[in-house]
Design a protein around this ligand. Structure first.
Ligand code: MN
Length: 451
């Protein structure tokens, strides 16, 4: 880059922080005080150094003077970016036509104010979480849903870390199995311990615990094992749910962020809990999987968490998990899904028989959605006496989460986001698989085409 200099012409005196920032980006800055420097001096400087000057900022300069400065500067070198910051803007039109941008000081104040408030409330939230943990007279049990992905695992790890800092005993539990290959690889590479539970052992666990925390899910009905009667004391989640869920002590359900890992990263940061390289990698991967490689449902808070975690993460772990292998059972199921696909307009439905991991159908649906001219995909598979469904859509007119919810609420359950959804139904209510799959496809099509 040829230019690398910032000039500031200002009525304010103290711009040390601004100058430090500019310097940290490898650039030079020169501040001219408005009461000491004549306009001609600035013009002379610009004429001499116009090749090096990238930008000129005018801070609180009277409009008349500002216009004279700006017009002359663009005559010398139109490529210099000229920005003015003013308390009040009167001649907006002529200012905007002669400068690259004009900003009202108030707007900055508002943004800074909002940032401050957000910081404060995030701190408050963390303080409440800490309070709820440290006041526990006994152990805390963390539960994950039955098919934990890296977001769930990383969030549980982070919550354990906070409990340990508060000297509160903690264990993480889940039922079901690891249905994501990257989860399995990650668990092999860490010594983080997750206890598997079943219908029998859960009673003992619940009896021996003072508080129950749900991470990355909010309702006991999301798990086949956790009794519906269990009301969690703490819930930290980012999924959309129908009901207004309130945990007994601490509820944080933030549908505007992409991952629970983002919320946990904020807590770790706010509470000054050191983040080990393994934990940082897990949280980073948690955000990655839940935002489909940082492309969906990602918010500015997710980006902030990513930048906090990036420098702390273990690059080897990230490397290993970058190219996740696919289970060979998943590839076989994909083969069956491909040969069984049926089409109606831009909608594809297919059945892939038995699946070994719940996530299989999601991966298959993601892949099939790439077929040309296809906008919506439904993939079904059988596991544990249930038919599981995964749906994806690129059709902006369609809310696939709603479709799934309405199509299957009578015979099972469904839900999700506008572009991705899922559901499941018990097989027992049908005479055989074929009837079940036909019924499921029909319900899906009725819902899609009736809209
Ligand atoms: Mn999640």
């Amino acid at each position: 880059m040829r230019k690398s200099m910032y000039l500031v012409y200002t009525a304010d005196d103290d711009l040390n922080r601004f100058q430090d920032e500019v310097e940290s980006k490898g650039k030079e800055s020169i501040v001219y005080k408005a009461d000491e420097t004549e306009i001609e001096e600035i013009h002379k400087y610009v004429r001499e150094r116009y090749r090096d000057i990238e930008c000129i900022v005018y801070l609180d300069i009277p409009e008349e003077k500002l216009l004279r400065l700006a017009v002359e500067v663009s005559d010398i070198e139109p490529d210099i970016y000229q920005l003015a910051v003013l308390e009040k803007i009167r001649k907006e039109k002529s200012l905007k036509s002669n400068l690259d941008d004009v900003v009202r000081k108030d707007d900055w104040v508002e943004i800074q104010l909002l940032k401050k408030l957000e910081e404060h409330f995030s701190q408050e939230e963390s303080r409440e979480l800490k309070e709820s943990i440290s006041s526990t007279q006994g152990n805390i049990s963390i539960f994950m849903h039955d098919d934990p992905d890296l977001d769930a695992i990383a969030s549980a790890m982070a919550l354990e870390e906070i409990c340990e800092k508060e000297n509160v005993g903690v264990e993480t539990y889940f039922a079901g199995s690891f249905g994501h290959p990257e989860t399995e690889i990650f668990m092999k590479n860490t010594d983080f311990l997750i206890n598997k539970i079943d219908e029998e052992s859960i009673e003992d666990v619940l009896e021996g615990t003072k508080k129950v925390a749900f991470v990355d899910f909010a309702k006991s009905s999301m798990s086949d094992i956790i009794p519906d009667s269990i009301d969690p004391d703490l819930v930290i989640d980012h999924h959309k749910t129908n009901k207004k869920i309130r945990a007994k002590e601490y509820t944080e359900i933030r549908t505007d962020v992409g991952a629970t890992s983002t919320l946990m990263t904020q807590h770790l940061k706010n509470l000054d809990v050191p983040v080990s390289p393994v934990l940082a990698s897990a949280l980073l991967l948690g955000i990655k999987v839940d935002t489909h490689n940082y492309t969906k449902n990602i918010s500015s808070e997710d980006y902030q968490a990513i930048s906090y975690l990036n420098s702390r993460a273990d690059k080897d772990i990230l490397d290993v998990l970058e190219n996740t292998p696919i289970y060979s059972e998943t590839v076989s199921a994909m083969g069956r899904a491909i040969s069984n696909r049926e089409f109606k307009d831009s909608v594809m439905t297919t059945f892939c028989g038995k699946i070994s991991h719940r996530d299989d159908i999601a991966q298959i649906a993601n892949f099939l959605l790439r077929e040309r001219d296809i906008l919506t995909v439904l993939v079904c598979g059988v596991k544990d006496k249930k038919i599981h469904m995964s749906a994806r859509s690129k059709d902006l007119q369609l809310n696939i989460g709603k479709v799934m919810e309405e199509a299957y609420s009578e015979i099972g359950g469904g839900g999700g986001h506008p572009h991705a959804g899922g559901g499941e139904v018990e097989m027992a209510q049908f005479t055989d698989v074929e009837e079940a799959v036909d019924n499921i496809k029909k319900r899906f099509q009725n819902e899609v085409f009736d809209r």
